[in-house]
Structure formats: C-alpha cells, structure tokens
Design a protein. Structure first.
Length: 321
C-alpha cells in the first residue's frame, strides 16, 4: 500500500510557493538575499540538487556555514524548515514516527466495553494513521502549505550506521515504509540538506544518493565579505585585522580551528568592548570567544598571540589599499 503519488523533479520546481532558481546565477542571488555569501562552486552544487531533486550532502568543519544553507533556503523560498538534529542513539521513534500507544490502549478498552468481538478488525483499526505520531522525517513527506519543505538532517556523523541505513529509502525514493501501515511516499519531494562535521566517515551508500560538497574555510576576501554582511557594525579596519588574525590562527596546530561563526562572534564581542583595533590584551581577554579548548587558548595566549598580531599588522600595512 502506497499513499500519494510521486512527482518528478520538474513537477517539484513548479509547486506552490516561491519558485526555485533556474540557473547558478539565480542561486547565488537567492543565497545573497538571505545574507549568505557563497562561492560559485557551492551555488552550482545547490542549484543542481534543487533542479534534479536530489539531497545535498554538505561536509566540512564545524562553523563553516553548512546548517545555515538550509535555514537560508527555508527563509528565501518561504518553505517550512524541518530540522532533525542528530545525536548518538537517535532512533526511528525520534526521527521518523512512533505509535501513540496510550491512545491505542484507550481505543481497545472502549471497543471491549462496547462489546466488540472482531479482534482482526480491531487490530487493523488501532494501526490507522490517526494513531501515528509523526516526527521530522515523516512530516517532510507530507504536503505543506507554500510548497515542499526544507528537511535538514544536521550532523549525521553523530548517529550510528544502522540509522544511516534507515535513511537510504528516504533519500533515494522519498518514502518511508511502516510495517503496520504500508509505504508512505511523498507527492512532492522535500528539499533535503544533510550535514556532517566528519567526526566519522559516512557510508558510501548514503553519499551515492546525494550530491556532495565540501564546505571549506573561506578565503580572507570572502570571510571579510561575510563579516561585512553578518556584522556590519564592525569598522573596516577592525574587520580586516580580525579576518587576518583568524586566517593565521587556522595555520596553527590547534585541536579545533575557529570557524566563520567564531569569527563573527569574536568581531561582535570586540565591538562590545569598544575596540577599534586589535591589541595583545584585547586578544588575550577574548580568546575564549574564538577558541573552544583550554589547550588551544593556553598555546596562543600571551607571546604567541602578540607575535601573530605583529605579523597581521605588518601584512596589512604592506597590502595595497
């Protein structure tokens, strides 16, 4: 038994809601309208995933903007965002569906009190769809006002391999098979974004069902542009110093390199401290905003931070205006 009829990727692009971008340039413009600064290769991968109706698998270090892409798509396209935050031990009941056992028991008691004798009919009735509690994966297969929803499967690497295997049917055919009910298939496939911080390798079977893109740390030029968009209150001189310092930090042997999110947080923190330029004391006082491990902070704080800042100042002084 299958509910609903699958549509093609072409049908999906013409469903209700804001239209999907029709080329790479429109995809870049769409991201920019959501204050997301992307390079052309990322926009190309996203455009193809949208156009061909395939999930987009984004892999990269934490804080480089993978999750933000799904949020921007939801906001700019006017689609509902369904977020499945992954964690160790995540199961089907939390991710896809579970039966409402308390309601089922009440139904059975009421049927017994009414003298119902047909056990087969009762067993069939208590596994009707009205007793189903729908979680994000199953909700994503339902028709939504405004068009197909955006399904974000965030930090998939935190789950285990059996859960990965369960996702294969969803990512390949946009359907979920429920043993007691049948197969529920999406009439209009959702826009699926899967992210991973690569704390472990994701199986090839899952990657084959997706378009893959590695989201790297941005270049200094693009990170400066991101900072201008996300933290416009930061002055241009301080913004250049912040970006140059973070870029040099990423060349150090640290346990966790700072991502773009940390760059933005650090710049905003410096503004709250009325900083107009970087200085050694200000860096030491705010390293906890930028670095998230004490060993990393201890390694950079003090003379190393002062040395990096000296290099940054010299680099910016020599750069053409």
């Amino acid at each position: 038994m299958t509910s609903n009829i699958a549509k093609t990727a072409k049908d999906r692009a013409t469903t209700a809601g804001k239209p999907l971008p029709q080329n790479v340039d429109e995809t870049l413009a769409l991201l920019k309208s959501g204050d997301y600064v992307a390079d052309r290769s990322l926009a190309t991968a996203l455009f193809l995933a949208l156009k061909l109706g395939r999930p987009l698998f984004l892999e990269g270090e934490a804080g480089v903007g993978k999750t933000e892409i799904a949020k921007v798509l939801s906001n700019t396209l006017g689609r509902r965002l369904l977020r499945l935050q992954c964690y160790e031990g995540l199961d089907i009941a939390s991710a896809a569906y579970e039966w409402n056992y308390s309601r089922q028991m009440i139904e059975i008691r009421l049927a017994e009190a009414a003298g119902a004798a047909n056990r087969d009919a009762l067993a069939s009735d208590i596994y009707a769809e009205r007793f189903l509690i729908k979680r994000p994966l199953l909700q994503a297969l339902e028709e939504q006002a405004g068009g197909a929803p955006v399904l974000l499967i965030d930090e998939l690497d935190r789950t285990d391999e059996p859960f990965e295997a369960y996702l294969l049917e969803i990512l390949a055919d946009y359907q979920i098979t429920i043993p007691e009910l049948g197969t529920i298939k999406s009439a209009v496939p959702p826009i699926v974004v899967v992210t991973s911080n690569r704390t472990r390798e994701i199986h090839d079977a899952l990657k084959r069902r997706c378009f893959y893109y590695w989201v790297d740390y941005p270049s200094a030029e693009r990170e400066l542009e991101i900072l201008k968009v996300k933290a416009p209150e930061v002055g241009p001189a301080l913004a250049r110093e912040v970006v140059a310092f973070v870029q040099r930090l990423r060349q150090q042997d640290l346990f966790k390199l700072p991502g773009v999110a940390e760059t933005i947080d650090w710049a905003e923190a410096l503004i709250q401290l009325d900083k107009v330029a970087l200085d050694p004391q200000g860096i030491d006082d705010t390293l906890g905003v930028l670095l998230k491990y004490q060993d990393d902070i201890a390694k950079i704080k003090g003379s190393e931070a002062a040395h990096l800042l000296q290099q940054v100042k010299a680099e910016l002084a020599a750069a053409p205006r």
